[in-house]
Design a protein around this ligand. Structure first.
Ligand code: ADP
Length: 215
């Protein structure tokens, strides 16, 4: 088993690349999906958030009112820090549990980690010290915003605020072992994912021929 980190800004195409890697045989561990699970009504992170911000962050159907949370945290750095303090440790713990569950499998595990590099330029790479490599999906911020607005229903102002609150392209590329340029069409993404998958298979073969790395 080897673990590869996959990161990129919001709207970069990270989930799209993750799905394409799964099509080629990867096992995906997805931090966003974990966050959504922990933020489901009654789950731990949901409860901690409601304790801090009250019922105004609960929608009429009892689920998390994400726009309400966004409007609190994206205009106030202290509130954003508080949110990160609630969410990040819980996600890291759940991710760790899921990683332990796939230990020993003959698999290429892709960890989808949006915040591998934080906005302050620091990196969580130490926490993920076992990573055999890091893939960064890179795209111009304006194109990411345009895709979020056109294809994922984001409000443009919200999309811009989110992109601005994240690490820069340069900060992410600095930790990359492999950069995927997603400025082209989906058709242009496929060959790059093929290339990254061959690279991952090579890393996996090296790891399995090195007894010290066998899990
Ligand atoms: P992320 O997971 O990084 O936030 P997504 O993978 O969800 O980003 O991509 C954002 C949106 O852009 C999605 O609707 C996705 O289908 C679309 N998308 C991704 N890559 C491309 C591309 N090369 N061309 C056109 N649309 C794309």
């Amino acid at each position: 088993m080897i673990e590869i980190g996959l990161t990129g800004g919001i709207g970069s195409g990270k989930s799209t690349v993750a799905d394409m890697l799964v099509d080629r045989g990867a096992v995906l561990l997805d931090a966003d999906r974990i966050v959504r699970g922990l933020q489901a009504p009654g789950a731990t992170v949901f409860a901690a958030m409601v304790e801090r911000w009250g019922d105004e962050i609960i929608a009429d159907d009892g689920t998390l009112n994400r726009p309400a949370v966004a409007s609190i945290v994206f205009s106030d750095a202290d509130e954003l820090e508080a949110l990160n303090g609630i969410v990040h440790p819980a996600v890291a713990e759940e991710m760790k549990a899921q990683r332990e569950a796939v230990q020993g499998l003959d698999a290429i595990v892709v960890l989808d980690i949006p915040l591998l590099v934080r906005a302050d330029g620091t990196s969580d790479k130490d926490r993920y010290a076992n990573l055999a490599g890091v893939i960064v999906v890179d795209v111009d911020s304006d194109l990411a915003v345009a895709r979020l607005v056109a294809l994922r229903g984001f409000d443009e102002h919200d999309a811009r605020a989110r992109v601005a609150n994240q690490a820069t392209r340069e900060q992410r590329r600095a930790v990359a072992d492999f950069v995927i340029d997603n400025s082209g069409s989906l058709a242009e993404l496929g060959p790059q994912v093929d290339e990254v998958w061959s690279w991952a298979l090579g890393l996996s073969r090296c790891a399995s021929s090195d007894p010290s790395r066998r899990t």
